[in-house]
Design a protein around this ligand. Structure first.
Ligand SMILES: Nc1ncnc2c1ncn2[C@@H]1O[C@H](COP(=O)(O)OP(=O)(O)O)[C@@H](O)[C@H]1O
Ligand SMILES: [Mg+2]
Length: 249
């Protein structure tokens, strides 16, 4: 079992979209995948039309109260739904890892993808810190704009801090551009700056901006289903391949 967190300090950058599309890609490759909705906003669960009243969520999983249940979406794709009531204060830093190990012993999983909430990792311990303390890998989408450069400056030291203090296993695979228009002036301006600030922590894949992402979202599907030849479909497949090569080969 490999555990990978998708994190940013900002919302709206593409964590949930990336979680859904990596999940579908890995499942397509024949891997058994678990997507964990670790955001109180439950966007991943909403994307899969799991009601907020559904009691078998990640809080119940961490609390060890009663049975937990995964929601199966494809032959080898499972979801652990999100909870609006989950609070980082209630847990030990590696509690998510311990519970996933427990699950994996009973129901072996190849890859777990944790969709994190957007919040800074500095200060009081947040859900993102629990996710990173419990993960083997982490990736972070960024947009081509000024605030993303600040985001890199803020996130990178925090990831390295968590690795140093709490989880020496953690491997930062890198930042990657999402929602990008590769021809734009903005991208041409911010791409070199981001690479400079990211100090080599960068994936090669760039996910281009593509309307089919919104179409897929509104239909509760993936771009692979609604527009298999689209840019986003190609790019999310490349991203999955790049990550697959880094973590399984
Ligand atoms: N490559 C893309 N092209 C176009 N729209 C995108 C792309 N990636 C994400 N989006 C859209 O951007 C919005 C924010 O994405 P989301 O994955 O929910 O971000 P986060 O989880 O980081 O808050 C959503 O409406 C999503 O459909
Ligand atoms: Mg999200």
């Amino acid at each position: 079992m490999k555990i990978i967190s998708i994190i940013t300090e900002k919302g709206g950058v593409g964590k949930t979209t990336t979680s859904i599309h990596l999940g579908a890609s890995f499942a397509e490759l024949g891997l058994k995948v678990l997507l964990v909705d670790f955001d109180e906003q439950r966007n991943l669960s909403k994307g899969y039309k799991i009601e907020k009243s559904f009691p078998y969520n990640v809080k119940n999983f961490l609390d060890k109260t009663g049975q937990f249940r995964l929601t199966q979406k494809l032959e080898s794709l499972f979801i652990l739904s999100g909870s609006r009531e989950i609070a980082a204060d209630d847990y030990e830093r590696t509690q998510l890892r311990e519970r996933l190990n427990y699950l994996n012993e009973r129901f072996p999983i190849d890859i777990v993808i944790i969709d994190c909430p957007p919040s800074p990792l500095s200060g009081k311990m947040k859900l993102g810190e629990i996710a990173l303390s419990s993960s083997d890998y982490v990736i972070s989408p960024i947009e081509a704009e000024e605030y993303s450069i600040d985001g890199i400056n803020e996130l990178l030291p925090e990831i390295l801090r968590i690795k140093k203090n709490y989880n020496s296993n953690l491997n930062f695979l890198g930042f990657f551009f999402n929602k990008v228009n590769t021809w734009s002036k903005r991208y041409k301006k911010y791409s070199p700056l981001a690479h400079q600030e990211g100090k080599g922590y960068f994936l090669n894949t760039i996910v281009r901006i593509d309307e089919s992402v919104e179409t897929a979202k509104s239909e509760g599907k993936t771009v692979f289903q609604v527009a298999p030849k689209s840019r986003a479909s190609e790019d999310y497949k490349s991203l999955a391949e790049e990550i697959n090569t880094k973590i399984f080969l």
